[in-house]
Design a binder for this molecule. Structure first.
Ligand SMILES: [Zn+2]
Length: 171
């Protein structure tokens, strides 16, 4: 129930009716009150089903507020899982490369890490940098191939290659 003061503040306010308007994931459902110097704050419902605390009309119109907070949470999660690409074919290749070079328990370690083959620091600590350098894997048949089979996994020494065309070492 609207408090009387809230109702009174709205009756005396001159404001745009945002009822039913969408802003990002939010839909304005009712004006709550008019705050001096701020304007009308609106209760909204988010696409995820959450009813928000009152949001300033100005923040809705400017795009500052676009969700109940779920959008921001999803973005944080996406960033922390390497841009949401943790299931991408490139990510799988990246992980395999790190395993071969850094994990002594990996079956292929003796042919890689055991021979002194390293993953350059730029790639070792950042899937994003690896992806920026290598770009998308052309097909799921392509393997990461080292031009110099004794060289490291690093920009300039690696390319996507079909099995049988280049070195078979990296399959
Ligand atoms: Zn939400």
């Amino acid at each position: 129930m609207l408090e009387l003061l809230d109702l009174w503040s709205l009756l005396n306010a001159n404001y745009d009716d945002l009822c039913g308007e969408r802003y990002g994931r939010l839909t304005a459902i009712r004006p709550v009150r008019c705050l001096p110097g701020v304007g009308v704050v609106w209760q909204c419902v988010c696409d995820c089903g959450t009813v928000t605390d009152p949001v300033r009309a100005g923040n809705l119109k400017s795009g500052n507020t676009q969700s109940c907070g779920c959008l921001r949470r999803e973005r944080v999660i996406a960033t922390s899982t390497t841009h949401g690409m943790s299931k991408s074919p490139e990510y799988v290749v990246w992980q395999g490369m790190l395993q071969r070079c850094n994990n002594p328990n990996h079956d292929s370690y003796p042919h890689y890490g055991g021979l002194g083959v390293c993953v350059c620091p730029r790639w070792e600590f950042s899937f994003k940098d690896f992806y920026d350098d290598m770009k998308a894997r052309p097909s799921d048949k392509h393997q990461i191939d080292r031009l110099d089979a004794h060289g490291d996994y690093e920009p300039g020494n690696c390319q996507w290659e079909l099995p049988g065309k280049g070195s078979k070492r990296d399959q």
